[in-house]
Each structure stands twice: as structure tokens, then as C-alpha cells.
Design a protein around this ligand. Sequence first.
Ligand SMILES: Nc1nc2c(ncn2[C@@H]2O[C@H](COP(=O)(O)OP(=O)(O)OP(=O)(O)O)[C@@H](O)[C@H]2O)c(=O)[nH]1
Ligand SMILES: [Mg+2]
Length: 301
Amino acid sequence: MTEPTRQPSFHSGFITIAGAPNVGKSTLLNYILGEKISITSKKPQTTRNRILGIRHRPGSQMIFLDTPGIHKATKELNVRIVDTAISVLGDADLILAVADVARPDPPSENILIKNIQAQGRPAVLALNKIDLVPKTVLLEMIDAWSGRHAFSAIVPVSAKHGTQVEQLLIEMNAALPEGPPYFPEDALTDLPERFLAAEMIREKVFRLTGQEIPYATAVTVERYKEPEASGSVRIHATIHVERPSQKGMIIGKGGTKLKQIGEAARKEIQRLVGRKVFLKLFVRVQKNWSKDTKALRRFGY
Ligand SMILES: Nc1nc2c(ncn2[C@@H]2O[C@H](COP(=O)(O)OP(=O)(O)OP(=O)(O)O)[C@@H](O)[C@H]2O)c(=O)[nH]1
Ligand SMILES: [Mg+2]
């Protein structure tokens, strides 16, 4: 009698990327995917929704869920985005906790650890931004973190430079359960282009405006018209702010700021959809939207 041939096992699962604000979660996701789908900026609380991205490897499919930064929130918008992050932890087969070695944030990290322990799922820790600290500091960090929670693995990385990200992927692969692929082989995300377009516009507002402006901003897409044949994608989008003074700052002197935002966003969207994009931006005041439950829901939070 012949032995039945054993298929090599396939591993798959959902990996929730979680951590304090600004630690580099979205930068890490983009590096892993080799494609920018999650917006990033120097300012905390950039990500506001669950962002799904799929990494296909021989023998595995890793479905990443990027989340907003977990912290002690007081403002209604932030309370909501932290709730989103914590609920996505519950969808995970594996949690990828991310921490910043250059700027520890113990209060937020403690909330993260508490929630990981409440979920009782396996977790791998990426200690990010190792390019910013000397080795001695890093070794102390590894030591301190290994005493805080029983992570399956702790991997020092630099998401910005890609250092040790392959090692991190190998550790995560090992921690994933056996299972079939959940998405087709060429799928990158489940997010509609319309949503990603709004996000790219929001990123440019985060990167190109100062003070409270990014936090007073939401973006909606009113019109997203696919081209007939090889024409351009036509997008009409609105940047919502809370006060007339903020509207003035988004538009800038002679419309220069809005033009800058539109041009940078258009290039990003074009790269993402692989077609020429025509983008028209509007700015509207929606008084105190970030404290208005109905408006928050309308803006997708
Ligand atoms: N030097 C250095 N900077 C990094 C690294 N990874 C991310 N950054 C920077 O850290 C900042 C925050 O990165 P994000 O990816 O937006 O961080 P995040 O954790 O997604 O932030 P939120 O969505 O606000 O919670 C950006 O300016 C990144 O360029 C790294 O490995 N080294
Ligand atoms: Mg982010």
C-alpha cells in the first residue's frame, strides 16, 4: 500500500496591527505590502478606520488589519477611533503589537497590553524605529518588554527602512493557524477606491497643514466616476472643517494651500488606481462635526 501524499500545510489568518498612536503601524503595513494603502504622518491619530491589507507568500496568506492608535481618549472622535481599534483586536488570529523604541508611551502601552491580555490571543511584538536608538537602549527595551507580556516573539524592526521586517514575517507565519486562503491571489485590500481616495486627501491635510487643522478635518467623496475606456477617473471630494477660520487655512492665500493638497493627493490616487485622475476639491464648514454623533457616523467613524 502506498502512503497518501501529504500536501504541505497552508497557513492563513487575520493579524491585527495595534499600538499607541504614531508608533509606525501604518508605515509597517505599507512596507509589508510593498504598496501604500494606509496613510501615515508625523502627527498622532492619523489612522481612523480599520485598514485591511493582504500579504501573499508561498504557503501562507496574511491578512493585516491596521488600526488607529490606542490611547486614553477623551474627545468623542478619539473615543470612537480607539473603540474601533479595540474591537478589531477581537477579529485577530494573531496580534501584531507595535511599540516605538525612541518614544515610549507607558500609559497607552498599558492600555494595549491590558486589551491583548483580555483577548487571550497570541501576540508578536515589533519594537519599531530601531534606526533612532543605540543598541544598548534597544537591549534594555527588549528586556523591559519581555517582562510585560508573554509575547510569542519580540522582533526589533525599522518599518521606515525595512530592517528585520522579513524576520518579523517569519515569526508571524509560524504563529498563524493552518487554514485556506480567504482572498483571491491578487487581492491587496477590501477597501473601495473611493475610500482610499478620501484617505489620501486626508493624509495630505495631515502633512500639509498645522496645529489643530488635521484634527478638525474629515473628507468625503461625492463623486467617483470610472473612465469609459482609457480616460481619467473623475473625483469630486469635500474637506469638512469645524469653523470658518479653518476653512480659510485649508484654502490658503489665493487658494495656494488647497491647490497643494489637491495636487499631492491627485498624484497618490493616480499611483494607487493606475490611471489618470481628475480631482476637484471643495471645502465646507460642518460646525463641530467631531462632537456630533450623526456627523461622525456620516463621515464613517
Ligand atoms: N525613524 C523612523 N521613523 C518611522 C519608522 N516607522 C515609522 N516612522 C515614522 O513615524 C511616524 C508615524 O508613522 P505612522 O505609520 O503614521 O504611525 P501609526 O502608528 O500608524 O500612527 P497612528 O495611525 O496615528 O496611530 C511617521 O512620520 C513615520 O515616517 C521607523 O522605523 N523609523
Ligand atoms: Mg496609522
